[in-house]
Design a binder for this molecule. Structure first.
Ligand SMILES: [Zn+2]
Length: 104
């Protein structure tokens, strides 16, 4: 009787009832929520780097920071382990340069 219950679980993020096969073994969130959470973390990281960079080169914070962050996020490939982290400053700067060039 309880077998059915055991095979179902709820994602702690979206609360959607999941089948056993959908389980994301490393945490209690479903695959979709895991991707979403990881992407949010990456975007936060990129935004932080952009803000640092604007600070460093002394320009005002652009009002479309979100767009720039999104562009850099789509351009940069950051793996699950943030392996490019050490070089992320340069990579974000490069992605930003491409974004600027696209605005012409
Ligand atoms: Zn979920």
């Amino acid at each position: 009787m309880s077998n059915i219950k055991e095979d179902r679980w709820y994602c702690t993020e979206c609360g959607i009832n999941q089948g056993r096969n959908d389980i994301w073994f490393e945490c209690d969130v479903c695959g979709d929520c895991h991707v979403h959470k990881t992407n949010t973390k990456k975007k936060d990281l990129i935004e932080e780097k952009l803000i640092d960079m604007f600070d460093r080169i002394g320009i005002e914070m652009p009002t479309n920071l979100e767009d720039i962050t999104q562009y850099c996020f789509e351009y940069l490939i950051i793996d699950e382990n943030y392996n490019v982290l050490s070089d992320l400053d340069n990579q974000v700067a490069f992605a930003f340069k491409l974004w600027v060039q696209q605005q012409k």
